[in-house]
Design a protein around this ligand. Structure first.
Ligand SMILES: CC[C@H](C(=O)O)C(=O)SCCNC(=O)CCNC(=O)[C@H](O)C(C)(C)COP(=O)(O)OP(=O)(O)OC[C@H]1O[C@@H](n2cnc3c(N)ncnc32)[C@H](O)[C@@H]1OP(=O)(O)O
Ligand SMILES: [Co+2]
Length: 135
């Protein structure tokens, strides 16, 4: 079951500059900075009450963020939903006809297991599913 919007991902060209901009906008400092080499991204996370914003900068030209920036420029990149059982959600969404880009959940940022749905099947919105990794 999807429980809530876990974060909104925003593609940026210059993470340091965008950190300053969003700190002014949200009146809060990022609570986490993390590079996810497997995704080719460096991220910053901001939290305002229960709302999280994830800023993403590409770490290499092959990164999905680099391709997105080339094509669409800076802006909202994805919406992430929290799920309580990512494997069950993958099965459910596949059965509903959605295209799951990675049927084996991968380690994401902020201590999560993640997967993505192809935006072509979700009205042009890249959807991420996140499940908290319980250590
Ligand atoms: C995991 C760390 C962190 C976390 O929260 O834990 C992250 O969020 S990492 C985020 C970065 N990683 C990903 O985005 C992985 C999933 N993304 C992909 O597999 C690709 O980016 C994909 C398949 C969405 C697009 O691949 P690619 O860019 O190589 O293909 P195209 O350029 O041909 O795009 C196909 C089609 O989709 C449209 N598109 C691409 N990206 C997006 C997007 N973010 N939102 C909406 N639409 C998108 C693109 O414009 C093409 O449409 P078309 O009409 O053909 O132009
Ligand atoms: Co994300």
């Amino acid at each position: 079951m999807l429980t809530n919007v876990e974060h909104i991902g925003i593609a940026v060209r210059d993470l340091a500059a965008s950190n300053e901009l969003f700190a002014k906008l949200l009146d809060v400092q990022p609570y986490k900075a993390e590079t996810v080499a497997s995704e080719g991204v460096s991220t910053s996370f901001f939290k305002v009450n229960q709302t999280k914003i994830e800023l993403l900068e590409a770490t290499n030209p092959e990164s999905p963020i680099a391709k997105f920036l080339e094509k669409k420029g800076e802006g909202v990149h994805h919406i992430a939903f929290e799920v309580d059982d990512i494997l069950a959600e993958i099965d459910r969404l596949k059965a509903e006809g959605f295209t799951v880009l990675n049927e084996v959940p991968k380690r994401g940022a902020d201590n999560k297991l993640v997967c993505f749905l192809h935006p072509k099947g979700t009205n042009g919105v890249l959807v991420e599913l996140c499940q908290e990794i319980k250590e």
